[in-house]
Design a protein around this ligand. Structure first.
Ligand code: SF4
Length: 673
């Protein structure tokens, strides 16, 4: 407001006394204030009843939310503030630090429920409904066009009742399974261009043309994994259509959840044998160095991001590795810009720096990692104890941690075997079991050599050379010097060095890799490489340490089967449809699981039956035969379409290679990346 305006206000006689300064000698709180106005807020927040529910979308946070109901309508959502009361069967309780939870989506979910865009009834594509009403006629090219199977995107949806939708789905499953069953069905599929191997694999069951997936099932085991249950139940349909017995009934095919979702770190099983390593989120506040590698703990971890904010308050350092400067980078002490898909090279470069500069915990490396294990240089496989010790019998105890705590079975151990280290004290090879780590190893007086190449004689008399994994890594890492890594990753050299130094000097260190980058082809390598700096510094198996992806995998454990609990969630997704247990109080062990479905194993041709030495019959195929199947996808037309290369030149190239000699192919370092 300008001077001119003030003058106008004075002239109009507004009550400017309200703007007069309070008298300094008066106590402003001395009088009573009328608080009747507060009633409006009390009325507004009044509710008739409340109930709690769990918000469980793909973000996997599963916040418990309290809904407040008035006149039968949820008027608002809020926190339960009771996380400190949650406990497990053993009495372990969460702390009050988990309060509050929820994000803005959780707070406003009732608006979606009551909002105008909520779908409150089933819908069906108009063309599909017309096809159903016509009795599911065969999809000839004309029928495809008539029912818009070849232009679904241009069709419209229409409302349908629940009764009709269930009926139509059931009728469609029956019609499709009937049409493609038996010899006639196989002929139809071949005529439609399906590969003969696929058709053969169906074994005459039309139900095998149906493929279902229960997406992100662990966020809704009953609802979402119900798709797998339905699919398995198609064995009933097959038995009816083909008149086969239970043993020969075949249900539909399953899309593998792991393959098609791919959030989890594919490299983790390579390192430690577990499907994925996930810490609980309160573990973040224990870290002193948090490295987000393609991970967004700010936006994607919503309600749980406060744990890492708290670790900042406790003096931790935050590093972000990502091509873009995004929300996590704004919280970072430093951001390492990186060329996409080069994370593995970065971790290998960091590892090399740490080893070259002796920034590692030698005692941890020797006692807790596989770096001292001996590897045969002739086949690059780890040396097994039975290969060099005649009549070797493993001393692994059935009472030790591997079997007793981690559940390793005798059969699994027989497959794994025991490995060998070079004992510096004895100056010779010594067998080590899976239990021989840390204190156990020290108590046995084993002193593994970290470095070295040795000559050994196998039990069959053959002389071989072995080297420690550590020694072999020195060779491998030669390609990842600072200059090269900076060139590959385009990350600034000083920041790569800084990262190596921080990992070496701070503890605990945790690396969080994103579910996003887990979907990419470099995922296995970058997951594996991220463990190396942690193995060098003992940042494994401790609070606030480790490499994690947090794809919600921990929840799977709740539904696993075991000899003492029954088939677990398999009792739901693959309960034998011919032998369903309808007792609502039946214990898990009383459920009979039997999978009639087929997953995503490839179909083969040119299969031979052979007998193994132990008498077991197996199927084998030549690699040549398998390649015929593989290469079917690469006919000239398709390749020209994929590559956009001229067909005549592709043919010319094939002919030249076939008719000229010698031929050399030189592939560029650029495309090797
Ligand atoms: S973070 Fe938000 S969306 Fe996710 S579970 Fe909690 S309330 Fe629901």
């Amino acid at each position: 407001m300008g001077i001119g305006t003030g003058t106008a206000a004075l002239a109009s006689g507004l009550p400017l006394r309200l703007l007069a300064s309070a008298r300094p000698d008066e106590n402003p709180l001395a009088g009573s204030v009328d608080r009747a106005w507060e009633k409006i807020y009390r009325d507004q927040y009044k509710y008739d009843r409340s109930f709690d529910w769990v918000c469980s979308p793909n973000d996997t946070h599963a916040c418990r939310v309290r809904a407040f109901v008035r006149n039968g309508i949820v008027t608002r959502l809020g926190n339960t503030y009771d996380y400190q009361t949650y406990g497990d069967l053993y009495g372990n309780k969460a702390t009050a630090n988990w309060n509050p939870r929820q994000c803005a989506k959780g707070y406003t979910f009732h608006r979606v429920i009551y909002g105008p865009y909520r779908l409150k009834h089933p819908i069906v594509r108009k063309g599909w409904k017309a096809w159903a009403d016509a009795g599911f006629p065969e999809l000839t090219p004309e029928n495809r066009a008539r029912y818009k199977f070849d232009s679904r995107g241009q069709d419209e949806f229409m409302q349908i009742s629940w009764d009709d939708v269930f009926n139509d789905i059931a009728k469609a499953l029956a019609a499709i399974s009937t049409r493609y069953s038996g010899e006639e069905g196989a002929k139809k599929l071949l005529a439609q261009g399906y590969q003969p191997e696929m058709v053969k694999e169906m074994g005459g069951a039309g139900t095998r043309t149906i493929k279902m997936r229960g997406g992100m099932g662990l966020l809704g085991v009953i609802g979402k994994y119900g798709m797998y249950r339905l699919n398995n139940s198609l064995a009933l349909l097959d038995a009816k259509i083909r008149g086969v017995d239970h043993d020969h009934a075949r249900a539909g095919r399953n899309f593998s959840n792991y393959t098609w979702h791919g959030d989890q770190a594919p490299g983790h099983p390579w390192v430690h044998g577990l499907q994925a390593s996930d810490c609980d989120f309160n573990d973040l506040r224990s870290s002193k160095l948090i490295i987000m590698d393609g991970k967004n703990l700010v936006e994607n971890k919503l309600t749980d991001s406060h744990w890492f904010i708290e670790c900042m308050e406790r003096g931790a350092k935050i590093v972000v590795i990502a091509p873009e400067y995004g929300p996590p980078s704004t919280k970072a002490d430093y951001w390492i810009p990186i060329r996409p898909t080069t994370d593995a090279a970065l971790w290998l470069g960091v590892t090399k720096l740490m080893i070259d500069r002796k920034w590692y915990d030698e005692s941890f490396v020797k006692r807790f990692t596989d770096f001292p294990l001996l590897v045969r240089t002739d086949n690059l496989k780890r040396l097994h104890a039975h290969e060099i010790f005649p009549n070797y019998r493993s001393p692994l105890s059935a009472e030790g941690p591997s079997m007793k705590i981690q559940g390793l079975t005798k059969e699994q151990h027989a497959k794994l075997g025991d490995f060998v280290i070079w004992d510096a004290k004895k100056n010779g090879p010594v067998a080590v079991t899976r239990d021989d780590v840390g204190e156990t190893m020290t108590k046995k007086g084993i002193e593994p050599a970290l470095e070295g190449t040795f000559k050994l004689k196998l039990v069959d008399g053959k002389e071989i050379e072995v080297a420690t994994l550590w020694t072999l890594y020195q060779t491998h890492l030669k390609d990842y010097d600072l200059e090269t890594v900076a060139e590959i990753t385009q990350a600034p050299k000083n920041l790569i060095e800084q990262l190596a130094q921080d990992i070496a000097t701070m503890k605990p260190v945790a690396i969080h890799q994103g579910e996003g980058i887990n979907h990419w082809f470099h995922a296995t390598e970058m997951n594996r490489a991220s463990y190396l700096p942690l193995m060098l510094t003992g940042n494994i198996g401790k609070r606030g340490a480790g490499s994690h992806t947090w794809a919600g995998n921990y929840k799977a454990a709740l539904f696993q089967g075991s000899p003492w609990t029954g088939p677990g969630f398999k009792g739901w997704v693959a309960e034998d449809p011919f032998d369903i247990n309808l007792d609502p109080k039946a214990p898990g062990k009383a459920l009979k699981a039997h999978a009639y479905t087929k997953d995503e194993e490839p179909a083969l041709e040119g299969i031979f039956k052979v007998k193994l030495a132990d008498g077991k019959e197996i199927e084998v195929a030549t690699l040549w035969t398998l390649y015929q199947t593989h290469l079917k996808d690469y006919d000239l037309d398709t390749v020209a379409e994929i590559t956009q290369a001229p067909k005549n030149l592709i043919e010319q190239l094939a002919q030249d290679i076939a008719t000229m000699k010698p031929v050399a192919i030189h592939q560029g370092e650029g495309i090797n990346h």
